[in-house]
Design a protein around this ligand. Structure first.
Ligand SMILES: O=C(CO)COP(=O)(O)O
Length: 250
């Protein structure tokens, strides 16, 4: 059985004090053991304190990015071993904001994925089409290319370390969500594509999250779809009550 997951991507929000406050509210409100796996991804400066604060909870901590090289002259970058040294073993890769603002190509992302897998890290791999792709009916093609060029080089064994996050760019931070049917249609396409390129078992076991304007008022309907295994949440993960409502949306 594949896992259901709710992950909060906090992006470049919250300083140390704000992070501590959000964490204490989340911990206070998480009164029952969640059915889904819960994760939060704070900024690099707040990773260690978040990891420490959540040690006695079921909530996992993920990084929002990582460099593909082992170490060296890459000013401003963070390596896999640095993350692991503070206990963080999950990393988000390929977010559309990294692709758009920091020029992360499918090739660079393939390297990042490989580095994460070599380091035995779990990867939340993000991908999704832009508005013009959907308008010109190219969304399946674009998504398939993103998966093929950055992810399908991994071994069958490595899939146990992969979580997928389908995030249509036109739905991120815009208030416009993919309809539950649009999400289901794409998730089913992805699962079929994985079955064709790998095998049925891998396709069935990989969790595919939806991301893009998921809120407490639309989550239940989206998460109820057969091939949607939870969400990668931006805006709504910054408010403890909303985030906990999402965690309890299954
Ligand atoms: O980018 C996202 C999560 O990674 C989604 O962001 P929003 O939930 O703010 O649309």
């Amino acid at each position: 059985m594949r896992k259901q997951i709710v992950a909060g991507n906090w992006k470049m929000n919250n300083d140390l004090a704000e992070t501590q406050e959000l964490l204490s509210h989340i911990k206070m409100q998480l009164v029952k053991k969640p059915e889904a796996e819960v994760m939060v991804a704070p900024s690099f400066t707040n990773l260690y304190s978040t990891f420490e604060a959540l040690k006695d909870t079921p909530i996992k901590v993920a990084a929002q990015n990582m460099h593909q090289s082992k170490s060296g002259a890459f000013t401003g970058e963070i390596s896999a071993s640095m993350l692991k040294s503070i206990g963080v073993t999950t990393v988000i890769l390929g977010h559309s904001e990294r692709r758009a603002h920091f020029h992360e190509t499918n090739d660079i992302l393939a390297e990042k994925v490989n580095t994460a897998i070599e380091n035995d890290m779990e990867v939340i791999f993000c991908f999704g089409e832009e508005l013009q792709d959907r308008k010109s009916d190219k969304h399946f093609e674009v998504v398939e290319k993103q998966l093929k060029e950055s992810l399908y080089q991994i071994s069958e064994d490595a899939w146990s370390k992969v979580i997928l996050a389908y995030e249509p760019v036109w739905a991120i931070g815009t208030g416009e969500t993919a309809s539950p049917e649009q999400a289901q249609e794409m998730h089913a396409f992805i699962r079929k594509n994985i079955a064709e390129n790998f095998n049925e078992e891998i396709a069935e076991n990989v969790s595919i999250l939806y991301g893009g304007s998921v809120k407490p008022n639309n989550a239940k309907e989206i998460f109820a779809k057969k091939d949607v295994d939870g969400g990668l949440i931006g805006g709504a993960s910054l408010k403890a009550t909303d985030f906990i409502a999402l965690v309890n949306s299954f």
